[in-house]
Design a protein around this ligand. Structure first.
Ligand code: CMC
Length: 425
């Protein structure tokens, strides 16, 4: 079926339809350049589908998010992170036996090679944990090289999911000068991480159930978000047939930026700054609206959501619950709620459809749990791992995959002659 007819340079191109199951279908323009001599220009790829994918569906206008068809609200309410990871990677919810086996494998592979502990000694105590996470994930490829066997890739997916949380917790322990705590096999995935973060050898440590529950939820809500910047980066690197660890390490770096996953750290820094400035949040709403001021309300706006981000809605409730349960009173929660209220009623934000996104409330929960601000984006990365892995696997299995190599519209000098140094000026 023809989706579009382009008439350019006296040539006609009939572009076939690429049909979706739900949501935007696509126009297949693969023959465009060969037949018309033109390329498409789409900065930020806002209108470009880089692939066909069956993992996650978002309807940004209506605030809908589905993992493999299941609404995020239902998964958040009922499931465990490892179950969601299985769903994203293998396409279906696990049977009880598949779930048992998957969790067992994730637990078995949690330790990192003892030699890797030495790597942590080389970093300064001030090192950002995202830099450590990315370097360590890339380093896993030195211990578990891929020779192309499918079973080996499958095992490396498990290793990556299992070991990343150990790496993240060790990076934190190193930054505060405490001994590393080894994983405990009887604990769930989120509880094991919290144990490695907060336990010390001198005292017994029980993971508070509300912290385990909150982290389980946070990890689920971050698990995938279709073709965002970091996932597209993982796919771009993977398209060159780079290994899983190298591809995901690149995704970690892409996530670090403040416009992407790094926004959760920036939200708390922004709220702290407003608090120090006498909690005068209205001033900052005005600044965010001023075209001549680079200040933006961090945690607001999204390329795809033009409605309330469904993840933010769930997290707002969880933030209130966690703070209540832990008996934490955080003035920043109150400030965040006021800021949200003002922004949601302000014509600037209404007109531009700027709503709170996932990063707006997540930081307040991490703070209440005791996770330091510079670890927030690491937490996002831990949650996003199943998504990155699922996309890596999908790309590998897609017969349409080609190395990513976009075109450009060149705007530099046309050809000119070299001028020797003495004759210039
Ligand atoms: N505060 C004030 N104005 C904003 C904001 C904001 N947070 N976000 C967008 N705008 C304005 C922007 O100035 C622009 O105005 P105009 O049309 O007059 O030029 C308009 O809204 C559209 O914004 P954009 O930057 O063209 O939109 P984008 O799709 O390229 O960028 C975004 C999306 C998320 C990078 C952007 O909204 C932003 O910078 N938000 C703050 C950072 C943030 O919270 N990032 C986390 C995103 S969610 C987690 C994740 O998936 O990574």
């Amino acid at each position: 079926m023809v989706a579009g007819r382009f008439e350019v340079n006296d040539k006609i191109l009939d572009a076939p339809l690429v049909e979706s199951t739900v949501g935007d279908s696509g126009i297949d323009i693969r023959k465009l350049r060969n037949e018309t001599g033109l390329v498409t220009y789409d900065p930020g790829f806002a209108n470009t589908a880089s692939c066909r994918s069956a993992i996650t569906y978002i309807n940004g206008e209506e605030g809908v998010l589905l993992y493999r068809g299941y609404p995020i609200e239902q998964l958040a309410e009922n499931s465990r992170f490892t179950e969601v990871a299985y769903l994203l990677i293998y396409g279906e919810l696990p049977t009880p036996e598949q779930q048992r086996r998957f969790s067992e494998r994730l637990t078995y592979h949690t330790m990192i090679h003892e030699d890797m502990k030495k790597f942590f000694e080389g970093y300064p105590p001030t090192a950002h944990p995202m830099a450590i996470l990315s370097a360590m994930i890339a380093s896993l490829s030195t211990y578990y090289p891929e020779t192309g066997h499918p079973q080996e890739l499958e095992l490396n997916m498990i290793r990556l999911l299992a070991k990343a949380k150990t790496i993240a917790a060790f990076a934190y322990k190193k930054s505060i000068g405490q001994p590393f705590m080894y994983p405990q096999n009887h604990l769930s995935y989120p509880a094991n991480f919290l144990y490695m973060m907060f336990a010390v050898p001198a005292e017994p440590y029980e993971v508070p159930p509300v912290m385990e529950e909150a982290l389980n939820l946070l990890l689920i809500l971050h698990a995938d978000h279709e073709q965002n910047c970091s996932t597209s980066t993982v796919r771009a690197v993977a398209s060159s047939e780079a290994n899983l660890f190298a591809s995901v390490a690149a995704g970690v770096n892409a996530l670090w930026g403040p416009l992407h996953g790094g926004a959760n750290q920036k939200v708390i820094e922004m709220l702290e700054m407003i608090q120090r400035d006498g909690a005068n949040y209205k001033k900052y709403v005005e600044r965010a609206k001023d075209k001549d001021d680079p200040f933006r309300l961090m945690g607001f706006g999204h390329r795809v959501y033009k409605n309330y981000d469904p993840r933010a809605r769930i997290l707002k409730k969880m933030a209130e619950r966690v703070l209540n349960s832990l008996g934490v009173s955080d003035p920043l929660l109150d400030l965040a709620q006021r800021l949200e209220e003002v922004a949601l009623n302000d014509p600037y934000f209404i007109e531009k459809k700027l709503y709170p996104n996932v990063d707006f409330y997540s930081g307040l929960i991490y703070r209440a749990i005791g996770i330091p601000t510079d670890m927030f984006t690491v937490m996002f990365a831990l949650g996003r791992l199943p998504g990155w892995i699922a996309h890596y696997k999908e790309l590998k299995e897609d017969p349409d995959t080609r190395i990513w190599r976009p075109r450009q519209v060149y705007i530099g000098h046309p050809k000119r002659e070299y001028v020797p140094a003495g004759k210039r000026g």
